[in-house]
Design a protein around this ligand. Structure first.
Ligand code: ADP
Ligand code: MG
Length: 479
């Protein structure tokens, strides 16, 4: 409600109330502000409500339908920051391109070239930039050890006449260089070299200084990375930009909220947008954002390091890029499964560490995990045999082992089981492939009741399961 509207709509207030004529400040010149207390109250209430809504909408992407990604008549100004960032990003790109052109023009064919590298804008979104290059290991070591502290001469010269030693003297200079190590960034470990009577030649000192400087920058980058990494619930600014772009391009209509926050990923629900020439967007999508905090993924190295498909690339990549590989792996695996007709989400698009796929569920309600669903014994049986068949298909047709097959990664939807979460799935030739397969089989056989059935079977017949029929019928047991 706006105040002009209130003033215009206010009924004729008539003569002012008694207190106005007695007021020592005189009568106010206009009487147009005459809305009732109720109006003022409701206006405030409206403002408060709007503020509340705005606050709720952006900090956590996990919002109601009034999320930050809504297009159309969205008066939520929290998106302005995002828009500004996107504009800035475009501007930076243009600026960099211009710099590159100028650099090329100046350098021409000359053997000596000037680099404008330091003048480039490195926008955080542009994660292919050098900002991403993180060393795996810090191999720095400190070769200096202190014995006992001594002071260094600070004067320009010592002695008199013939015995004068100037500041250019090698020893004095060396000591001075050692003392100057104190000026290095605090996090740069210089050991106790400063305290020793250590003489650093100019050459060594300059090399150290250079190293300290690059270390300082590296640490700043790492710090920044920490701040930008995906937080517990919300997503980091880079990811938010990615998501925003998906909405902006019309591929997604709205991102409605968060379905799940796991250790390695955050999954959102979204309504699909417009189809493109080569892509049909499902009406409802699930967006799996692989977390860019690195720790969790380090534990899972073995799933990707030994996967020959990714092996070559693995060793050369920095952690952020490895996380993108997880997303890529999930995409490839889902595609294989899709081709084999295994019920699983259909891949829509992969952008860096964000994978968009079809949503298993309806009206924003995700299909329940097998763990949470209560099935009739009939359905339970059906589910069990379906899973056995899917495992077989996965192995034979997709050349894959799920490697994390459990009641947490199977959804019950439309009267059947859907497999999800295949980023860690490997080919059977993977060094641990069969080990993972065995674990999957054990997990599946532990699914209640059916486990019992298996046990009974083994006890009564002592026969082992060897062949599955392909149409979901109970397995055939060999003599
Ligand atoms: P994580 O690696 O974090 O376990 P998952 O792929 O298992 O990631 O997804 C986490 C949860 O998100 C799942 O348990 C499921 O409830 C939900 N989910 C994931 N993908 C989909 C999807 N395509 N449709 C519906 N819900 C999904
Ligand atoms: Mg999972």
């Amino acid at each position: 409600m706006d105040s002009v509207g209130v003033a215009a709509a206010a009924p004729d207030a008539g003569p002012g109330p008694a207190w106005q004529s007695k007021c020592p400040w005189g009568t106010p010149s206009t009487t147009s502000i005459s809305c009732s207390l109720a109006d003022v109250m409701s206006e405030q209430l409206a403002k408060e409500l709007q503020l509340e809504e705005e606050n709720a909408a952006f900090p956590e992407v996990v919002a109601t339908a009034e999320g930050p990604f809504i297009t159309g008549e969205n008066i939520d100004t929290s998106s302005d920051l995002m828009l500004a960032q996107m504009l800035q990003m475009e501007f930076d790109r243009e600026y960099d391109a211009q710099l590159r052109r100028e650099e090329k023009k100046i350098n021409g064919d000359s053997k000596v070239s000037i680099s404008f590298e330091n003048y480039r804008k490195v926008h955080p979104y542009d994660s292919d930039s050098s900002e991403d290059e993180v060393d795996w290991q810090d191999t720095r070591h400190d070769p200096y050890r202190a014995d006992k502290p001594t002071t260094t001469p600070r004067r320009g010269f010592i002695g008199k006449g013939k015995d004068i030693t100037t500041k250019h003297d090698e020893v004095v200079c060396g000591r001075k260089n050692t003392a100057r190590m104190e000026n290095f960034a605090p996090e740069f470990q210089v050991g106790d070299g400063i305290g020793m009577d250590l003489k650093l030649s100019n050459q060594v000192f300059n090399a150290l200084k250079q190293h300290a400087y690059s270390e300082e920058r590296r640490s700043a980058r790492l710090h920044e990375k920490k701040e930008h990494s995906t937080a517990e619930k919300a997503v980091d600014p880079k990811t938010r930009l990615l998501l925003y772009k998906m909405v902006n391009s019309g591929m997604l209509e709205t991102i409605t909220g968060c379905i799940s926050t796991g250790k390695e990923s955050v999954v959102f629900h979204a309504y699909g947008g417009n189809a493109t020439e080569d892509k049909v967007i499902p009406p409802e999508c699930a967006i799996k954002v692989f977390k860019t905090t690195l720790n969790e993924f380090k534990n899972r190295d073995k799933y990707i390091k030994d996967d020959y498909r990714f092996k070559d690339r693995f060793s050369k990549l920095n952690p952020r890029k490895i996380i993108r590989m997880w997303a890529e792996k999930e995409m490839h695996n889902l595609t294989r499964m899709q081709n084999a007709g295994i019920p699983c989400p259909q891949v829509v698009i992969l952008k860096k560490h964000v994978l968009v796929m079809s949503f298993i569920g309806q009206d924003q309600v995700p299909a329940p995990k097998l763990k949470d669903v209560t099935l009739s014994s009939e359905d339970m049986k059906k589910a069990y045999y379906q899973i056995l068949n899917m495992m077989q298909q996965l192995y034979r047709e997709c050349n894959l082992v799920h490697a994390d097959l459990s009641e947490y990664n199977m959804l019950w939807h439309d009267g059947k089981v859907w497999l999800i979460d295949v980023s860690q799935s490997v080919e059977p030739t993977h060094p641990h492939g069969l080990e993972f397969l065995f674990r999957d089989c054990r997990n599946v056989s532990q699914i209640e009741a059916l486990e019992k059935m298996n046990e009974d079977h083994v006890q009564n017949h002592g026969k082992k399961l060897s062949t599955f029929s392909s149409d979901g019928d109970p397995p055939i047991y060999d003599e």
